[in-house]
Design a protein around this ligand. Structure first.
Ligand SMILES: Cc1cc2nc3c(=O)[nH]c(=O)nc-3n(C[C@H](O)[C@H](O)[C@H](O)COP(=O)(O)OP(=O)(O)OC[C@H]3O[C@@H](n4cnc5c(N)ncnc54)[C@H](O)[C@@H]3O)c2cc1C
Ligand code: FES
Length: 354
């Protein structure tokens, strides 16, 4: 082996406190990639330096950060010893502190071809896309996780699975809720040329946004727009597992049509005594005839709940909603930061300061 090869394969030990879980990472490999490879459940979302979900404290060791957004990790935070595991390569053994490390089993991450089985417009800018997966074996994932489409040029786009895994009864398949972002590389295709039977490539499952079943705390589910997709999977999973923790779903949109499965949620709330549904609209027009709650959805939780210190919050959707909730719930309502679980739907616009 040449010295250059030895340098690229040298493994450093990464230890996560307080759990004491340890794994090795090669130079040139990010800490998160190594954790995923080793099946260690560190928290993460975008894997691309945009959302901040993987931020944690470095207790010792040296890392080098690749490109990332200042809003995910500011220079001051970096100087204070915080790291983004998705962009940080170890330059020595490293000890991190992450209270959200999970012992949930990590399911194998697979690349596979999928076929679009149905396309159904749920609102002017939301498409429900069902994908048929290879029949050979069941696709295992935690409700709340996401898959990535691998596009022809190698670019990737992440979408949360909106159905809980147990719903794959007849054949392996997943449901996605995709919002059109005009000018977007993938969603212009979904709302343009995409047809049923189209074959695409995906990889998954990814993500740390899933129910922590070792807790019995009451739950706040916070969704903005298509952030409802993984939340729907969580509700299906709670129902399937017979979990009756008091759960309040706050779903926000600009207009009532943005709550594109409002009837589905109302039906679940009528059926499940532990589930409350609070729809919140920020920009209702007179012709909408909206008589429900108005304003920002994360604010509705602050208005209703004086103390979140004994809750878990699961938040999903627009980065601004997730970031506002994360900051306000801890600072103003006493939510322990490790009880806030989120997937921020970052896009190219967020990665380029848009
Ligand atoms: C963990 C995760 C889960 C997600 N789950 C979902 C989901 O369930 N449903 C969902 O709808 N979305 C989800 N998303 C968002 C999704 O992955 C895509 O980012 C989104 O659909 C946009 O993809 P696109 O290719 O159409 O747009 P992109 O090509 O990413 O562009 C997005 C927008 O930015 C603009 N843009 C492109 N390049 C630039 C640039 N260089 N500078 C400034 N602006 C630019 C485009 O015009 C467009 O308006 C998720 C994201 C993450 C990280
Ligand atoms: S910033 Fe690291 S996962 Fe998003």
């Amino acid at each position: 082996m040449t010295s250059a090869e030895a340098a690229t394969t040298a493994a450093f030990q990464i230890t996560v406190q307080p759990s004491g879980r340890a794994f090795s990472a090669n130079t040139g490999q990010t800490i998160l990639a190594a954790a995923i490879q080793s099946g260690v459940g560190l928290p993460y979302g975008c894997k691309d330096g945009a959302c901040g979900s993987c931020k944690c404290k470095k207790i010792s060791g040296t890392v080098r950060h690749g490109e990332h957004q200042p809003k995910a990790l500011s220079a001051d935070e970096e100087a204070a010893g915080l790291v983004l595991t998705c962009c940080a390569e170890p330059l020595s053994d490293v000890v991190l502190e992450s209270r959200q490390v999970t012992d949930e089993s990590a399911y194998p991450i697979k690349k596979m071809p999928v076929r679009v089985s149905t396309l159904e417009k749920k609102s002017p800018d939301v498409m429900q896309v069902r994908l048929q997966l290879p029949a050979a074996d069941t696709f295992r994932y935690h409700a709340g996780q996401y898959i990535e489409f691998i596009l022809r040029d190698g670019a990737r786009r992440a979408y949360s699975m909106a159905n809980a895994p147990h719903t794959q009864t007849e054949a392996p398949g997943v449901e996605l809720h995709i919002r059109h972002m005009p000018g977007g590389k993938f969603t212009d295709h979904v709302f343009g040329a995409m047809k049923e039977k189209e074959i695409l490539r995906v990889e998954g499952p990814f993500g740390s946004f899933f129910l922590r079943e070792d807790s019995d705390k009451p739950i706040v589910l916070l969704a903005s727009g298509t952030g409802f997709a993984p939340i729907k999977a969580l509700i299906e999973h709670l129902q399937f597992k017979g979990i009756t923790r008091p759960t309040a779903l706050y779903w926000g949109g600009r207009r009532p049509e943005d709550l594109y499965m409002h009837d589905w949620v109302q039906a679940r709330a009528a059926e499940l005594p532990w589930l409350r549904y609070i729809p919140v609209i920020s920009n209702a027009l007179p012709e909408d005839g909206w008589s429900g709650r108005t304003g920002f959805v994360h604010q509705a939780v602050l208005d209703d709940v004086a103390d979140l210190s004994g809750h878990q919050v699961y938040a999903c959707g627009a980065p601004i909603v997730v970031d506002s909730a994360r900051a306000a719930y801890s600072a103003q309502r006493g939510l322990p930061p490790e009880e806030f679980f989120a997937d921020s739907f970052t896009s190219e616009a967020d990665k380029h300061g848009g």
